[in-house]
Design a protein around this ligand. Structure first.
Ligand code: HEC
Length: 101
């Protein structure tokens, strides 16, 4: 009986945690952006668009390019794959789609 209860509880916990992890929001992306990206790309993604890319203009349909550039780095931008998890890159993408509004 105790064993069955434990199994039932762990299924419930795994279900809840799994559910929480699959909920990506732009707000979470903004927190990550402020920590990792803002220094170069500017507050609320506003920057002169000279050296670092103006992320508000990043093409909406180019998610694969976004993930590749952020993972591997590009010219003056370092690679982020050892710092930012794939889940957090999804969150950053949602934030970029808000255009900082
Ligand atoms: C050390 C400064 C620096 C930081 C920090 C930085 N970037 Fe960049 N980023 C750059 C520069 C410089 C470029 C322009 C690269 C080029 O095309 O020459 C760039 C370009 C980009 C591009 C456009 C890539 C493309 O395909 O054209 C994206 C998307 C991007 N950054 C996202 C991010 C994200 C997300 C973060 C935070 C995880 C971040 N950057 C942090 C400097 C930085």
């Amino acid at each position: 009986m105790f064993y069955q209860l434990c199994v039932a509880l762990s299924v419930l916990v795994v279900g809840l945690v799994g559910h929480a992890e699959s909920r990506f929001t732009a707000e979470q992306g903004k927190v990550l952006y402020d920590n990792y990206c803002q220094t170069c790309h500017g507050e609320d993604m506003v920057n002169p668009g000279t050296v670092s890319y103006d992320l508000r203009k990043f093409p909406e349909g180019s998610k694969a390019r976004f993930l590749a550039s952020v993972s591997n780095g590009k010219n003056g931008m370092p690679s982020w794959k050892s710092v930012v998890t794939p889940e957090d890159m999804e969150r950053l993408w949602l934030y970029v789609l808000t255009r900082g509004q």
